[in-house]
Design a protein around this ligand. Sequence first.
Ligand code: ADP
Ligand code: MG
Length: 324
Amino acid sequence: MALTEFDLIRRYFTHTARGVTLGVGDDAALVRVARGAELAVSVDMLVEGRHFSKGADPALLGHKTLAVNLSDMAAMGAKPRWATLAISLPKVDEAWLSGFSRGFMALAKRYSVALIGGDTTRGPLTLSVQIMGEVPPGKALRRDGARAGDDVWVSGYLGEAAMALEMMGGKGWRGLSKEDRRTLEERLHAPTPRVGLGLALRGIAHSAIDVSDGLIADLGHICERSGVSATIEWEAVPAIPLVRAHAQTDRGARGLLAGGDDYELCFTASPRRRAAVMAAAARARVRVTMIGRTERKRAAAPVTVLDSVGKPLKVKARGYDHFR
Ligand code: ADP
Ligand code: MG
């Protein structure tokens, strides 16, 4: 017999969680916010055909749906605590639901996030998570905190997700080794949110953002909000050898600088705090790389990329006017 809406919620989306006064099952959940803490709140929606393709692995989708939200908490330096999940489903598909909730809950558990409620309705496949986290007052890592003369840093490696997206299904994709394909796919489908790094950078970074739209665009957001410009060095942008080699091509270069979906953190900090940044990264066990500097606001585009001889890089990138 087909599951009712309530069976479905009970079976797949009801979990006991410590530290929650009242979770799934009532008209609203009740949680206790740490005394004096600020609540960081963010919501993200994933739509089939737009953010993922039909037939996407449900467990990976469950992971990614939460991961992109955790990444927003990371970028704020907030400790993720609670999430709500709104799902629109074309039909009750138990295999799908079980995979999705497994992927979602595994990540929730890893970051001690409680699923405290949601909404379930019939419709085109759409997944929306609202996440809530705590941050001590005034300590959030905001986009508007960069100062001219800051170092610009980025965590991890960029460009893998963009390369996966670009090549999947095409000739280039078939030309890659199995291992390379797996590396790229994993980055696209199962990103690792840099929550620990975000927390470790509180009180050190002046500003932060997660790289979801592409490095140039996202660093551009910091610049605009902070009233500064930035110059970064092409050769310093961290990429694994596979991506670096692909970046010899125009499309590859564009993927590295302007591709999204990496979910690394881009942040700025005073040059006097380099040792503190490195120590924070070591504590969070994440690699960080200094890629450039912020400066007083210029009239031109907020972000300039310099090539190996210090010339502004022109990447043919129709649609991305950040490269003008
Ligand atoms: P209401 O009619 O008050 O909106 P619902 O019948 O939609 O309540 O939901 C019943 C309970 O199940 C609520 O506590 C709601 O938060 C929870 N819930 C519904 N869908 C989900 C879901 N996908 N994930 C987690 N909790 C859910
Ligand atoms: Mg409802």
